[in-house]
Design a protein around this ligand. Structure first.
Ligand code: ARG
Length: 570
C-alpha cells in the first residue's frame, strides 16, 4: 500500500529545510475526520523559522504544489495545523488492493525484522495467590508479544517467576512443623498461604523459630536435599495452578526461568560490580550507592550473605543479553516497582556487556485494579482470586446469553469467549498507567465500549456474509459504490491499521489498539444501520459485502492481537 504519510512528507520537504524523515515523524492522524486524513503541526517548525505556526501554515499552503501528487485532494489551514484531505477514490482503491493481497496479514509489517524483544510479564510469586494485579501484567504482556510479533519482531516471552528468597525458608519451616494438617494437594496455594501466615506469626513470638527459617533458606541455597525437595514441590503445585489460568486465557511463555534460575549466576554479577569499584560495604551489606542519581542504594548482598531480588534481576539481564542477544527488554510490572527498575537499570550500566544491552531496558508500568467498592487488597482475608473472577465473568456472560439468545448453539464456548473477552478488553481499553475500575455492569455491557460490543459487531458482520453466502471477488468491486460518508470513514480507519499497531509499540500501549477497534466497530454499526448491504443492485451489494468482509477480518485480527477470541455467533 502507498504510504500516504510519506507522500505528504515528500511534498512538504521540498519547501522547508527539514528532512523528509523528520517530517514523517511529525505528521499525525487527526482525531476528528472532518479535520482531514493527515495533519501537519506547524509549531514543529516555529522555532527554526522564527514565525508563528499559523503564519507558517498559511505560507506553506500557498507553496505546496498539489500537482505533485495524485492522492491529495485539498489542503486547509486550521490554527497552526495544515490539514491534508486525500483523494477518496485513490484511498479506497489502495486499501482494497492491499487487503486483497494480504488478507488477515493486512497491517503486518517488516519493521521488526531481525530485531529481538524480550518481554518479561505475568511473573507471579509461587505459593502465593495469582491475584488480579497479575492479570494486568499477563494480558498487557501477552498482547504486546502478539503485536510485536505481527510487526516482524522475534519475541521471547519470559515468566520471571518469584520462586526464590528468604520466604521459602519460612515456608519450609512451617511445612516441617504442620504440613500434615493441611490438604496441600487439593488446594495448594491457599493451604500454603495459610502455613505461611501461621509461621510468620510464630516467628514474631519466638526469635529462635525465625533463626530456623533463615537457616532453611541458607540450606536451600547450599543445595540441601530435604529443603530442595520441598521447594520443588511448592514450585510444581503452584505452577500447576498458574497454568490453569494461562490455559484459560490462552497465554504462553517461551521461558519460565524465574528468580531461582539465577542462583548460580549471581556471583559473576557481584564480581563484575566489584571490579567496577562501585560496590561498597555498608553495615555488613554490599551495596551500590545511587545517591548522586537521587535514589536509595541498591542492595546487592545482604549482611547475612544472601542475595536479593535486585541481584537476581541483574543476573537475568546479563543472561538475556548472552542468550537472546536482545534489542530491548520490556518489563511489564506494576508502577509500585518504579524505583526497583530505576535502580537496576542504573546498576546494569556497570555490567560488563555491550552498550546496546544497557540502553534498551524499559519498564512498562501499569496502575492498580480497583473494585467499584474500593481498592483490591491482597492482604489476608481480602484476597480476590483471579480464577474466581474469570469464572464469574464466564458465568455472567452465560446468563446474559441465556436471556438474549436461549437457542444459541455451543453456549458454553460462546460464554467463555465473551466472559474472558470482557475482562481482557476492560483491562486493555484504558491507558495502562491509569488505575482500572472493575465493574461487572460496565464491562459486560453489550452496548458500551466493551469487549462484548466489539465481538458482537464482528459476529454481526459475519452473519451478513453468511446470509449472502459468498465473498465477492476483488476484481468485481466497483469502488464508486463506496463513496458515502460511512464507507469512507471505515476505509480510512482500515487504512490506519498498520500505523495504529506501530503506535502501540512506540508507547507500549495496547489500549491504542483497543480504542481503534471501538472506533471501527462504531463506524461499522453506523454503516450497517444506514445501508442495506444485501440489496437489489449487485454491484453495490458486492462492494458493501467486501467492505463488511474487510471489517470482520480486521476486527477479528485486532481482538486476537489483544488476546481475545471471537465466537461464530452470539
Ligand atoms: N514477582 C514479582 C511480583 O509479583 C514481579 C517480577 C517482575 N519481573 C522482574 N524481572 N522483576 O511482584
Amino acid at each position: 500500500m502507498k504510504d500516504f504519510k510519506k507522500e505528504i512528507s515528500k511534498i512538504i520537504a521540498k519547501n522547508v529545510k527539514i528532512s523528509e524523515d523528520e517530517l514523517y515523524q511529525f505528521i499525525e492522524i487527526p482525531k476528528d475526520t472532518t479535520m482531514g486524513d493527515y495533519a501537519f503541526p506547524c509549531f514543529k517548525l516555529a522555532k527554526q523559522m522564527h514565525k508563528a505556526p499559523q503564519i507558517i501554515a498559511t505560507e506553506l499552503k500557498e507553496k505546496l504544489d498539489l500537482d505533485d501528487s495524485d492522492i491529495i485532494e485539498k489542503i486547509e489551514v486550521a490554527g497552526g495545523y495544515l490539514n491534508f484531505y486525500l483523494n477518496k477514490d485513490s484511498i479506497v482503491k489502495e486499501v482494497i488492493e492491499e487487503f486483497s493481497k494480504k488478507g488477515d496479514k493486512f497491517g503486518s509489517s517488516k519493521i521488526g525484522d531481525n530485531k529481538k524483544v524480550v518481554i518479561d510479564y505475568s511473573s507471579p510469586n509461587i505459593a502465593k495467590p495469582f491475584h488480579i494485579g497479575h492479570l494486568r501484567s499477563t494480558v498487557i504482556g501477552a498482547s504486546l508479544y502478539k503485536i510485536y510479533e505481527f510487526l516482524g519482531y522475534k519475541c521471547i516471552g519470559v515468566n520471571h517467576l518469584g520462586d526464590w528468597g528468604t520466604q521459602f525458608g519460612k515456608l519450609i519451616e512451617g511445612y516441617k512443623r504442620w504440613g500434615d494438617e493441611y490438604d496441600i494437594d487439593s488446594n495448594p496455594i491457599e493451604e500454603l498461604t495459610k502455613i505461611y501466615i501461621r509461621i510468620t506469626n510464630a516467628c514474631k513470638e519466638d526469635e529462635s523459630i525465625l533463626e530456623d527459617c533463615r537457616n532453611n533458606f541458607k540450606k536451600l541455597e547450599d543445595g540441601d536435599s530435604y529443603c530442595k525437595n520441598l521447594w520443588e514441590k511448592f514450585r510444581a503445585v503452584s505452577l500447576k495452578e498458574f497454568n490453569r489460568i494461562y490455559d484459560l486465557l490462552g497465554v504462553k511463555f517461551d521461558s519460565f526461568n524465574g528468580e531461582a534460575f539465577y542462583t548460580d549466576k549471581m556471583s559473576e554479577v557481584i564480581e563484575m560490580l566489584d571490579k567496577s569499584g562501585k560496590l561498597v560495604e555498608s553495615q555488613g551489606a554490599k551495596i551500590i550507592d545511587l545517591e548522586d542519581k537521587g535514589m536509595a542504594p541498591c542492595m546487592i548482598v545482604k549482611s547475612n550473605g544472601s542475595t536479593t531480588y535486585d541481584t537476581r534481576d541483574l543476573a537475568a539481564i546479563l543472561y538475556r543479553a548472552r542468550t537472546y542477544d536482545y534489542d530491548k527488554i520490556l518489563y511489564v510490572v506494576a508502577y509500585e516497582q518504579n524505583l526497583h527498575f530505576k535502580q537496576i537499570f542504573e546498576v546494569a550500566q556497570l555490567l560488563d556487556m555491550d552498550d546496546k544491552y544497557k540502553k534498551n531496558l524499559e519498564h512498562v508500568p501499569f496502575g492498580m485494579v480497583r473494585l467499584k467498592t474500593g481498592k483490591m487488597s491482597t492482604r489476608e482475608g481480602n484476597v480476590v482470586k483471579l480464577e474466581e473472577i474469570l469464572n464469574e465473568s464466564i458465568a455472567r456472560a452465560k446468563s446474559i446469553i441465556e436471556e438474549k439468545n436461549p437457542n444459541l448453539e455451543n453456549k458454553d464456548d460462546v460464554a467463555k469467549k465473551v466472559g474472558l473477552g470482557a475482562v481482557i478488553f476492560n483491562d486493555l481499553s484504558n491507558g495502562r498507567i491509569k488505575d482500572e475500575i472493575f465493574d461487572w455492569d460496565i464491562m459486560l455491557n453489550f452496548n458500551g465500549e466493551t469487549g462484548p460490543y466489539v465481538q458482537y459487531v464482528c459476529v454481526r458482520a459475519n452473519s451478513v456474509l453468511e446470509k449472502a453466502g459468498y465473498i465477492p471477488e476483488v476484481q468485481n468491486i466497483n469502488t464508486d459504490k463506496l463513496d458515502d460518508e460511512d464507507s469512507y470513514d471505515i476505509i480510512t480507519t482500515l487504512g490506519n491499521f498498520a500505523e495504529t499497531l506501530e503506535n502501540v509499540t512506540k508507547k507500549e500501549e495496547p489500549s491504542i489498539l483497543a480504542r481503534y477497534l471501538i472506533t471501527l466497530a462504531k463506524q461499522f454499526s453506523s454503516f450497517y444501520n444506514n445501508n442495506h448491504i444485501i440489496c437489489e443492485d449487485k454491484e453495490t451489494q458486492d462492494a458493501r459485502l467486501y467492505l463488511t468482509y474487510m471489517v470482520k477480518t480486521i476486527i477479528e485480527k485486532g481482538l486476537n492481537l489483544l488476546g481475545i477470541q471471537v465466537p461464530e455467533k452470539m
